[in-house]
Design a protein around this ligand. Structure first.
Ligand SMILES: [Zn+2]
Ligand SMILES: [Zn+2]
Ligand SMILES: [Zn+2]
Length: 124
């Protein structure tokens, strides 16, 4: 799939493409850039680079998708921290960014929160 066609799906999730020839997306203040691969079609997550930094605000909680602790990382990542950020939905449920992106991508055209089944929108 070409990046251009991914862009429409991104918009449906409340994310927007970075543009300017950069392969990445912007969600709720985050800029996630993929150096080599289109984000929605290939989850070579180790290649991702989160431009912003992040402080955890969810202690003693686990990701509703992978069930791993929020102070750890998703099963696709080896190290917790900036490379495996948490992201909140408009329903205030939080997930690993990688987990929810995979979920959203498998639920097109409209994804619902895995926890409360409300329409999923990334919290802006
Ligand atoms: Zn997770
Ligand atoms: Zn991850
Ligand atoms: Zn929810």
């Amino acid at each position: 799939m070409e990046w251009e066609s991914d862009e429409k799906e991104l918009k449906a999730t409340g994310a927007e493409a970075l543009g300017g020839g950069r392969r990445g997306l912007r969600i709720g203040g985050w800029e996630i850039e993929s150096r080599n691969h289109s984000i929605l079609t290939s989850f070579v997550l180790q290649e991702w680079h989160a431009v912003a930094s992040w402080t955890w605000d969810a202690q003693d909680e686990t990701c509703g998708i992978c069930r791993m602790d929020f102070d750890g990382c998703c099963p696709d990542c080896k190290l917790p921290g900036d490379d495996c950020p948490l992201i909140w939905g408009s329903c205030n449920h939080a997930f690993h960014l990688h987990c929810i992106l995979k979920w959203v991508n498998s639920q097109t055209p409209q994804a619902h929160c895995p926890m409360c089944r409300r329409e999923w929108q990334f919290k802006g």
